[in-house]
Design a protein around this ligand. Structure first.
Ligand code: GDP
Ligand code: MG
Length: 170
């Protein structure tokens, strides 16, 4: 008799920052350097246990929103959390992440928990976005920053676990 707490989590960010790779690393514990580009939106579900509570996550992996000026309601409707991803080797992707966060805050207000994911940490020899700038932004916007790598798995599970801890328990 399982008591599952359901939450929807949406991934946003510039294309090729590693959204799909992070979802696949978390759900299937796999990684591919030739990850297929996502078409439209897709969601995967994953069950996990945090602090003795059982969760069922509906994880929305998105693509193509880059073209639109605002976020389509289907992405954020009912979402408890949003993971906004950038690639540490691309300043453009960081600028884009900032825009997504502004957009989310405008549309969802305090209703949604946002985490900023600095992905591709395994490529830190080519890091263009310093941790200092990212932290400054995250602190100003009152969000958590996580340094991740879909390739090595660095902090991938942690992002989900830490976020779940601050979500409603119903
Ligand atoms: P998306 O468009 O945001 O969904 O990005 P993808 O998940 O399709 O990834 C784009 C490319 O970056 C693919 O070639 C991935 O293999 C690669 N990639 C994703 N995450 C990482 C990472 O953490 N490290 C490295 N080195 N490559 C990554
Ligand atoms: Mg994708």
């Amino acid at each position: 008799n399982e008591n599952l707490i359901n939450h929807k989590i949406v991934f946003l960010g510039e294309s090729a920052v590693g959204k799909s790779s992070l979802v696949i690393r978390f759900v299937q514990d796999k990684f591919s350097l030739s990850q297929e580009p996502t078409v439209g939106a897709a969601f995967l579900t994953k069950k996990l246990k945090v602090d003795d509570l059982n969760y069922k996550l509906q994880i929305w992996d998105t693509a193509g929103q880059e073209r639109y000026h605002s976020l389509a309601p289907m992405y954020y409707r009912g979402a408890a959390a949003a993971f906004v991803v950038y690639d540490i080797t691309s300043m453009d992707s960081f600028e884009r992440a900032k825009k997504w966060i502004e957009e989310l805050k405008k549309i969802c207000g305090e209703e949604i928990k946002i985490a900023l994911l600095a992905n591709k940490m395994d490529l830190d020899e080519n890091q263009r976005v310093s941790k200092d700038i990212a932290l400054e932004f995250a602190t100003e916007k009152n969000l958590q920053l996580f340094e991740t790598s879909a390739k090595t798995g660095l902090n991938v599970r942690k992002v989900f676990e830490e976020t779940i801890k601050i979500l409603p328990k119903t």
